[in-house]
Design a protein. Structure first.
Lengths: 114, 116
């Protein structure tokens, strides 16, 4: 079945460092890809998404590009802030099913040092 | 900005008791979902709901679970006889239901269920 694999955490960086969180997927169809973020004590928030190959999703300085050839959707940010400390989830859903479940990766905890 | 709300934020119950978790989806959304996250594990899909019936359910969603949209605004998850392993954070989500599957699901803040 469809699945998502993302790099294990925790990831600890200094403020203003460059961030990459790797994510690869396995899917039989044509999935939409997502990054969700979970701040401490809060629920899941959609960070960005991409619905087809070579699309780039971006939000709040974060970017991810849908790479069909490498089945990847790596999350990047050029300069992280302390407020970016959270758990990040890579996820997919089936493009051709409007009631489709989201399949999540295991999450990567990011901690940013001042 | 409209948001999904869930009540209660934390529910403590005894094993074998029934619990009902409540959600108010975004008002013009057509699809509703429940997910759960056992502490330290990944978020898992439980069930999706559309047009007053279940669209899809996972293996986790056995006969102990049921969902209902009792009125025009609430969406509930009932666990008939809770087990220790039902302890988790339960997230409700809703989506507009646009064709083509590019829907974005919007998540509520979650209800933490603790079964003693």
């Amino acid at each position: 079945g469809d699945s998502v694999t993302q790099m294990e955490g925790p990831v600890t960086l200094s403020e203003e460092a460059f961030l990459t969180i790797n994510c690869t997927y396995t899917a039989t169809g044509y999935p939409s890809l997502f990054w969700y973020v979970q701040y401490p004590g809060e629920g899941l928030q959609l960070l960005l998404k991409a619905t087809k190959a070579d699309d780039k999703g971006s939000n709040k300085g974060f970017e991810a590009t849908y790479r069909k050839e490498t089945t990847s959707f790596h999350l990047e940010k050029g300069s992280v802030q302390v407020s970016d400390s959270a758990v990040y989830f890579c996820a997919l859903s089936d493009l051709y099913s409007s009631a489709s479940k989201i399949i999540f990766g295991s999450g990567t905890r990011l901690s940013i040092r001042p | 900005e409209p948001e999904v709300t869930q009540t209660p934020s934390h529910q403590v119950t005894q094993m074998g008791q029934e619990v009902i978790l409540r959600c108010v989806p975004i008002s013009n959304h057509l699809y509703f979902y429940w997910y759960r996250q056992i502490l330290g594990q990944k978020v898992e899909f439980l069930v999706s709901f559309y047009n007053n019936e279940i669209s899809e359910k996972s293996e986790i969603f056995d006969d102990q679970f049921s969902v209902e949209r009792p009125d025009g605004s609430n969406f509930t998850l009932k666990i008939r006889s809770t087990k220790l392993e039902d302890s988790a954070m339960y997230f409700c989500a809703s989506s507009p239901g646009r064709l083509g599957g590019t829907d974005t699901q919007y998540f509520g803040p979650g209800t933490r269920l603790t079964v003693l």
